[in-house]
Ligand binder design. Structure first.
Ligand SMILES: [Zn+2]
Length: 86
């Protein structure tokens, strides 16, 4: 079993890994070492022992920008094809 940093809220030293979150799916919590305290159910970064909210915000922003960028690229490519076929 892997040991994580103690809970920032109650100091409890046992935490369990979070497998899935609404903001990061399966990959997000794995990347951010997102764990949940077994005593108070607070979620935090198991590596640093700090609140993960800032990291989540950054992660979420990066994903959002990537998705937006992908959509722009797809539409730009479609536009080029439309122009070329005329
Ligand atoms: Zn706790």
């Amino acid at each position: 079993m892997t040991t994580y940093a103690p809970c920032p809220k109650c100091g409890n030293s046992t935490a369990e890994k979070v497998k899935f979150t609404w903001w990061g799916g399966i990959l997000g919590p794995k990347l951010l070492t997102h764990v949940k305290c077994t005593a108070c159910r607070a979620a935090y970064n198991g590596k640093t022992g700090k609140d993960n909210t800032a990291a989540i915000a950054i992660y979420f922003a990066v994903i959002a920008i990537l998705c937006l960028g992908l959509i722009v690229v797809i539409f730009a490519t479609l536009g080029v094809f439309m122009m070329a076929s005329k």
